[in-house]
Design a binder for this molecule. Structure first.
Ligand code: NDP
Length: 322
């Protein structure tokens, strides 16, 4: 199977999530796939990747030549703090099953996802790809962080021992359509969008937790989708690559909240509840490696990305994750 003349079959694990659906929309746009390429988007309904037999059955069925590995047990701060064992074990099982099946089924390219939140807690800025293992992660998410870090260790080990072409992507905060808009468990942008929607419905102030001063880099899911497909095709180093907007594009939570209010056409008061914790002031990631390959790539502006996310949320309010 999978000789050089075999047709290209790209299997996307976690294909039903935020990033998976963005990749699906991207490859469905005209001109973004190559002739004869088949794309398969998996959800957990198709098989539990924690289970080795279920994972093998998926590889046997689809015979993928390329794998974009997004599936993971992910969660917010509280979930991570209270279930470190599950965050470690479930991600270790999923990643081991997927990587080992990619070796056995002779997958030509595997691209897995890390995160900036698994980097050392005490670090210098900007964070770059070489710093991943330079110190312990924040204790709140160490189960998740160590499971994710081992993807990078194993990408290098599989390359050395089996000549596998495995690599990984480090995205900063992702947002877009198909996000989890839960106020309790979601990330900052989808949480703010949901809150602002409710404030507008109920004629109440839009209250943001914390001072609004912390700075973050956000990458729109469609941009990440486009760059992920490029990594799959063109980036052939086993070491990770950060996919993020430039350092100068860091924005404050306040700016994000105001952009959400504007996109939602919310005209009531916007308030900051400074009794709530702010989190780290910044965690700037550098994107020099990306820029060395893609000096001119234009990221979607935060205003434009937020407008598209708000419009999608409002249209899909009844059925979206929240
Ligand atoms: P989502 O939470 O939106 O989607 C998770 C996906 O994983 C879903 O398709 C889900 O399937 C699938 N999944 C979870 N557990 C299993 C399992 N046991 N077996 C099979 N499938 C499973 O994730 P995102 O799109 O946000 O994230 C994609 C990747 O990017 C992840 O690896 C994440 O760690 C990483 N990342 C995300 C960031 C973000 O800001 N969102 C930031 C940095 C990194 P189902 O829909 O059926 O439940």
């Amino acid at each position: 199977t999978n000789g050089d003349d075999a047709p290209t079959v790209v299997l996307v694990t976690g294909g039903s999530g935020l990033v998976g659906q963005a990749i699906k929309e991207y490859v469905e746009e005209e001109g973004n796939t190559k002739d004869g390429e088949t794309w398969i988007f998996l959800s957990s309904k198709e098989g539990d990747l924690r289970d080795r037999k279920a994972t093998e059955a998926i590889f046997e069925k689809y015979q993928p030549t390329h794998v974009i590995h997004l599936a993971a047990k992910v969660g917010g701060l509280f979930a991570n703090m209270s279930a470190k064992v599950e965050f470690f074990r479930e991600n270790i099982l999923i990643n081991d099953n997927v990587m080992e099946c990619c070796r056995i089924y002779k997958v030509k390219k595997l691209v897995s996802f890390l995160s900036t939140c698994i980097f050392p807690d005490k670090t210098t800025y900007p964070i770059d790809e070489t710093m991943l293992h330079n110190g312990p992660p924040h204790p709140s998410n160490e189960g998740y962080a160590y499971a994710k870090r081992l993807i990078d260790t194993m990408n290098r080990a599989y390359a050395e021992e089996y000549n596998c072409n495995f690599t990984s992507i480090i995205p900063t905060n992702i947002y877009g359509k198909y996000d989890n808009f839960s106020i309790q468990n979601g990330h900052v942008i989808p949480g703010l969008i949901h809150k602002c929607y409710l404030a507008k419905q109920e004629n109440k102030p839009f209250v943001i937790w914390g001072s609004g001063t912390p700075l973050r880099q956000f990458v729109f899911s469609r941009d990440l989708a486009e760059l992920t497909v490029w990594v799959m095709r063109e980036y052939h180093e086993p070491t990770p690559i950060t996919l993020s907007v430039d350092e100068e594009e860091e924005v404050s939570i306040k700016d994000v909240a105001l952009a959400v209010a504007k996109a939602m056409k919310f005209e009531g008061p916007v308030e900051f509840d400074t009794s709530k914790a702010d989190g780290q002031f910044k965690k700037t990631a550098g994107n020099k490696k990306l820029r060395s390959y893609q000096p001119d790539y234009q990221f979607t502006s935060i205003e434009d990305g937020i407008q598209q996310s708000v419009d999608w949320f409002v249209e899909n309010y009844d059925t979206c994750r929240k």
